[in-house]
Design a protein around this ligand. Sequence first.
Ligand code: FEO
Ligand code: CA
Ligand code: CA
Ligand code: CA
Length: 637
Amino acid sequence: MAKDFSGMEDSNRSSNPSIHQQSGPSRRVLLQGGAAAALAALAGAFSGGLTACASLPTGERLAFKRVPPGQGDRLVVPEGYVATVLAPWGDPVGVAGALPAFRHDASNSAAEQALQLGMHHDGIEYFPLVGSNTHGLLAINHEYTDDGLLHVGGLQPWTAEKVKKSQAAHGLSVIEVELKGATWQVLRPSRHARRVTLDTPFDVGGPAAGHALMRTAADPAGRRVLGTLNNCAASQTPWGTYLSGEENWIGYFAGPDKPSEHEQRWGLRPKGYGYRWHEHDERFDARRHPNEPHRFGWIVELDPSDPDSTPVKRTALGRAAHEGAWVAVTRDQRAVVYSGEDSRFEYIYKFVSRDPIRPGGARANRTLLDHGTLYVARFDADGRGRWLPLLQGQGPLTAAAGFADQGEVLIKARQASDLLGATKMDRPEWLAIDPRSRWVHCTLTNNSQRGSPGYPDTDAANPRANNNMGSIIRWLEDGDFDGLGFQWNHLVLAGDPANERAEARGNINGDLFGCPDGLAMDPRGLLWVQTDAHATQMSQGEFARIGNNQMLAFDPARGEFRRFLTAPTHCEVTGIAFTPDARTLFINIQHPGESPGERSDPAQPARYSNWPDFRPGGRPRSATVAIRRADGGPIGT
Ligand code: FEO
Ligand code: CA
Ligand code: CA
Ligand code: CA
């Protein structure tokens, strides 16, 4: 997230304790845990041992030369690597007979935008075609729009056509790509090419489908929603589908002058957060359509292999400001879906499917994510934690407490988690599951309000007040991924200068970074981290030394973070997709040239950046980038 949704992020005023007054660094917490396994994990994470963390195959180590901290409006990769801009905002996705070219003055119509790549790419996944490392589909999220850049004249005047174009620039893209020679190209036309926008019908699956709180005048059955929005992180399921999180959806709605307690808990504001869709599309006026916000905040599932498939909102996974969702597989083949919500003082969830994953891909698992149990995490100060079930009728989740049925528990997952005493986190962003060591990692990007007057104090899992650097927390389930208890520790507290002095600390070492966001474990067990410090942060404090946002690789065997890439001015680095052979890495550069106010000036659109085109008077464009080694070898090693 780049936009300032500070109001919506401070909507958790629930009184459930934010664990246990424990200050000080997480290593101490871990040592206090005392369990032998925790100590083994500590050794693995902090002393360069190989105990608990995944290790690379023998002989494989980080073998690229680190790049220096990033300055200036350019993308820098290590010596011997080549980065190619593949799919920027506005290029046609490749629908046959409909290939509108991008107009650099932003004069494409809404109808043309609906056939072009959307704005502000975030999550991305590569789906091989017939198992290929050189030919496949990319599914891409388009998180939000900068309406100062999206339209001629920016927001002035604000029209129904501009709302339509903003809605068409949101959603998802599916494009077909192929490596030709040494360069990846988008294939156009392609029978796979697809845009999903605010006009695309979605089915609703799971216990909240058809619920009274999901019904609207346009959809009296409560089972079909038009569109998805603010899609942030993404992942790929073992059965071949794409999962995408609807993150800051509340920002698109305008609410009543006096929002209800429920609406306040979700951050609904009378005038919204600046999208102004409600001015020309009454669906986003929650005064007129109070149930419409209930139809967003879900994990959505798309089968990219079938351009005619209807995507589904999976309500069994709970409603939240979902960053994304990631699947682990139990030993008996059930799906465990981890997710967090990137909002200050919100929660981390996991869903355990009732049924095992079936052979046969997307079709065979069409309803897998509709049946199962949702849990929310409580991190205890002793280095242990519990998964608390969100089940209607259990514990405090009664009809008298406002949860008439399971659908209502899922629609009001935040309130249910408040009552269960879940731990209020420092903005959970991406998760990465190590299938070998079975540790689950989660970036906690920052929380400037932690410990401020009137806000929750520090706790063991969120140990820093005014946490503007973030951390990576991780946990290991008891038994299998469906375990109800876990041990946890921090892989790293980001931005700690001590991390740079490997010998002094004898533990985590390497290059400094702040605000970890994107996260992925590659096929060989390297952990990749991408950062999202805001434009207003970048020149302050340690960020002056850290420079532009970046991407790093973490070698668990050595405990080393090494800077792999630095990005153009005021962008974030996001989206991580490797080909199965790890010889191509796809990433997204999001919001290059973001202005501190997050609405660019259409009179000088390239004030901070005009990456990647560098056209005089042009506009910066979010874009998918393909990264290869010049010799074609595996990335990073
Ligand atoms: Fe869209 Fe939490 O980043
Ligand atoms: Ca973002
Ligand atoms: Ca972020
Ligand atoms: Ca993010």
